[in-house]
Design a protein around this ligand. Structure first.
Ligand code: SF4
Length: 430
């Protein structure tokens, strides 16, 4: 993790908050996982992982069993002779890409995705993408990014993918809103309708098709929909785009504030904003009310996983009355998170990076009502009597916006309900 200090160092963040910075053993997926949602989002793209059988297994199991006639991701396996330097990996890659594109001419965007093994043999995929783009660019754009576990955790794969798209986006001097971050289509459609009702023309990155990627330029104002897009934000700013500072669109209030900042940036009349948004906000708040009764006062800890942890802790604390105990994140972007951090209760323990054993010791000492963690840690904690929520579900479920606010809250209520049922069953058996 960039800039991380030795385990246990505390350093102040923007609003004078200590952050426990940890560097040790990590229990988190690598950035290849992002392919699972990105391949559904960009519908004419193909993701070719240059990796090992382990990478192929990760993708297959994370994506579930896929019985597609024509899948849209695959793995070019690096064999032992490649690792030993006996084969010309670039020549093999060129041959494989030519074969793939001849067989699948509908592919309009090909991502070469780096992995730990391709890094180990120092395969320069950026250069390979340039070469292959020159050869096939008329038909298929070829780009490269790394999802390697050495460089990326979980959601950082999406960041690397979107950042690779930005330099090739068309130029515009139109003043438009760019919403950045992969959202389920249903959520994107809801936001597009709200922005249209406010009189704002919004583009989304990534677009659903390679040929429909948005144009950007110095008049672009961009709004992050996901909190893990530091590299993408930097790439957009290098093209002149300016960020609209906002909290993230989780919950009734979070979504209202996110939309409000965009409305202010585009000069939307305040009364028009209020009359457009009020019914949506009220409906979301009504849907949240029974979940607030269920969750208020419950203590929750987040282990570092997806970088969604801080905005979700803010939502659970401010809108549902939960009590965050520890909020861990793999990487803390102080600029993008400043408004979120300002809304967290003062006594929350914040941690950045991971040293899994120390973190688990703290969870055992804290004994929160609910722990949000990776798949591998959930079962051992459950066996110790601690209720858990799989962090990966939060990434794979539609959770942004007004209409999803109650579903998001319910994702946290469900494990607590299950635990209550198990307790009752246990009591009736004894
Ligand atoms: S990229 Fe690295 S961490 Fe990810 S599956 Fe492949 S070998 Fe494992």
């Amino acid at each position: 993790m960039s800039g991380a200090l030795a385990s246990g160092c505390a350093a102040p963040v923007g609003i004078e908050r200590p952050v426990l910075r940890e560097r040790g053993q990590r229990e988190v997926f690598c950035g290849l996982t992002g392919i699972v949602w990105l391949h559904r989002k960009i519908q004419d793209a193909f993701f070719l992982v240059i990796g090992s059988r382990t990478c192929a297994h990760l993708l297959q199991s994370a994506a579930g069993v896929m019985i597609f006639a024509e899948p849209r991701f695959g793995t070019a396996i690096i064999e032992e002779r490649d690792l030993a330097g006996l084969a010309d990996a670039n020549a093999e890659l060129d041959r494989m890409v030519a074969q793939l594109l001849a067989r699948r001419p509908e592919i309009r965007m090909l991502f070469l995705v780096g992995s730990c093994p391709s890094e180990v043999i120092k395969l320069d995929l950026a250069r390979a993408a340039q070469r292959l783009d020159t050869a096939h660019g008329g038909q298929t754009r070829v780009l490269a990014w790394s999802g390697s576990g050495i460089e990326t955790t979980f959601t950082e794969g999406e960041d690397a993918c979107l950042a690779s798209l930005v330099p090739g986006l068309p130029e515009t001097d139109e003043s438009r809103l760019l919403v950045v971050g992969s959202l389920p289509d249903i959520v994107e459609d809801q936001f597009a309708r709200i922005f249209a009702a406010l009189g704002i023309t919004a583009d989304f990155l990534p677009a659903r098709r390679a040929g429909a990627m948005p144009a950007i330029g110095a008049s672009t104002r961009y709004l992050l929909a996901q909190p893990f897009l530091g590299a993408t934000a930097q790439a957009i700013e290098a093209r002149g785009g300016r960020r609209i500072d906002a909290i993230f669109p989780f919950g009734a209030e979070g979504t209202t504030e996110w939309l409000h900042e965009a409305a202010r940036a585009f000069g939307v009349d305040e009364l028009h904003f209020r009359t457009t948004i009020a019914p949506l906000r009220e409906r979301a708040k009504r849907a949240l009310a029974p979940l607030r009764d269920r969750l208020a006062g419950k203590r929750i800890s987040f282990l570092p996983d997806s970088q969604l942890e801080i905005p979700l802790a803010r939502f659970l604390s401010t809108e549902l009355g939960m009590v965050p105990v520890e909020v861990g994140t793999p990487y803390l972007h102080r600029g993008h998170m400043a408004r979120e951090l300002a809304r967290l209760p003062a006594d929350v323990r914040l941690s950045e990076g991971q040293d899994v054993d120390r973190q688990l010791d703290r969870v055992r000492a804290d004994r929160p009502d609910l722990t949000v963690c990776g798949l591998g840690l959930a079962n051992p904690l459950e066996a110790e009597g601690l209720a858990t929520k799989w962090a990966i579900e939060l990434v794979f479920s539609p959770i942004h916006g007004f209409d999803q606010a109650a579903d998001l809250a319910d994702l946290f209520a469900r494990p607590l309900r299950r635990r209550d049922v198990l307790r009752l069953e246990g009591a009736s058996c004894s």
